[in-house]
Design a protein around this ligand. Structure first.
Ligand code: AHG
Ligand code: MN
Ligand code: MN
Length: 338
């Protein structure tokens, strides 16, 4: 029998090494307890009738599934109990959730169940989160954190028992759920530089409605690599971290049905794009938006704002970045010629 290093032991060592508080451990314990509970509900969901929809539509205008609500309730419960969080933002709740403004130390941004279209099939979904920190050197202004201010971000891919956690300036790590329901065996995830196994991942049904230069770049480049698309960012990004390549969800423009245009992108900045961009950065990669700006540097103005996302190996993103910047320049209103 080989006993493995646990996530809690890994975190204790990390906090000691960097002379950080144990508060972070209380928050992490809340998050992985929540993930295990969601995992249990999801695995037994078909038998207990929890994989269906509700009659509700959320703030994003999307149909709410029972599992979206169950997962949100579980996360909110554990996070509230931990006492560590000042404010939380969840995809499933319109407003900021005020938790412990006086005693909390962290800000939490989460998507409790990512990849809702996979739910009714019982296929992999995710629980994504990013963590910001209270201003310890002055008065707290409660501003919404940019991705560069996150101290950690992660994702649980459910029901696979795999957890990825990136820590600021300390790498991106993978853990697996063992027989006793402990997350164990930390190993470092790094995007492979060699392009042998690189994959592209995007909704190809949208391709005609990507910006023209993006479409042309994809036509020139995508066929050099494999193509995979699960339809759940957490699962698609999980593959990417191992195999390398690029996941993209560009802006949708010029759709014949104008209602289907998404000039601002589809994914949510705080709890989808930023966590993934943060993990990618710690794994040696990079993420930019439709303007070619680093996703992590974007100043949020709304807790549920959307963004286009191009994330993956640095060399690929850097190749695309000038094309996106040029596209952004062309979108600017041109000065009249006098
Ligand atoms: P959610 O289920 O939390 O609303 O997120 C779904 C997101 C993301 O997970 C995925 O990458 C993307 O939507 C898939 O969108 P398409 O179905 O348009 O490809
Ligand atoms: Mn999502
Ligand atoms: Mn979701």
């Amino acid at each position: 029998m080989k006993l493995e290093e646990t996530l809690m032991h890994f975190l204790l060592e990390h906090q000691e090494k960097h002379r950080r508080s144990y508060n972070f451990l209380f928050l992490m314990e809340a998050l992985f307890s929540a993930a295990k509970y969601i995992e249990y509900y999801y695995r037994t969901g078909a038998l207990s009738g929890n994989l269906g929809g509700t009659s509700l539509v959320n703030v994003q205008g999307e149909n709410v599934m029972k599992m979206d609500q169950i997962a949100h309730g579980i996360v909110e419960h554990y996070v509230r109990e931990s006492g560590q969080v000042i404010h939380a933002v969840s995809e499933e709740i319109d407003d900021v959730i005020v938790l412990n403004e006086k005693g909390g130390r962290y800000f939490l941004y989460f998507d409790p169940l990512d990849g809702s279209s996979n739910i009714k099939h019982g296929l992999p979904v995710g629980f994504l989160f990013g963590i910001g920190k209270r201003n310890l050197s002055g008065e707290e202004d409660f501003h919404i954190r940019r991705g560069v201010e996150y101290i950690a971000a992660g994702m649980f891919v459910i029901p696979t028992g795999v957890f990825t956690l990136a820590l600021h300036d300390a790498g991106c790590w993978r853990f697996h759920l063992d027989e006793t329901l402990n997350y164990v065996r930390p190993h470092k995830a790094e995007l492979p530089e060699a392009s042998k196994n690189w994959e592209f991942s995007y909704n190809s049904a949208n391709m005609d409605h990507f910006g023209q230069p993006v479409k042309e770049w994809l036509r020139r480049n995508a066929s050099k690599y494999a193509f995979r698309y699960l339809g759940a960012l957490a699962g698609d990004f999980h593959r990417l971290l191992t195999n390398g390549g690029m996941f993209l969800y560009p802006a949708i423009v010029n759709h014949p049905d104008p209602k289907k245009n998404r000039p601002e992108g589809k994914l949510r900045l705080l709890y989808e794009a930023n966590p993934v961009a943060f993990m990618a950065k710690e794994a040696g990669g990079m993420a930019v938006n439709e303007n070619g700006e680093e996703v992590l540097s974007v100043d949020p103005f709304d807790i549920h704002q959307r963004t286009a996302l191009y994330v993956g190996n640095r060399s690929l993103i850097e190749e695309l970045q000038p094309i996106l910047r040029e596209m952004a320049r062309m979108r600017q209103p041109q000065a009249p010629v006098v």
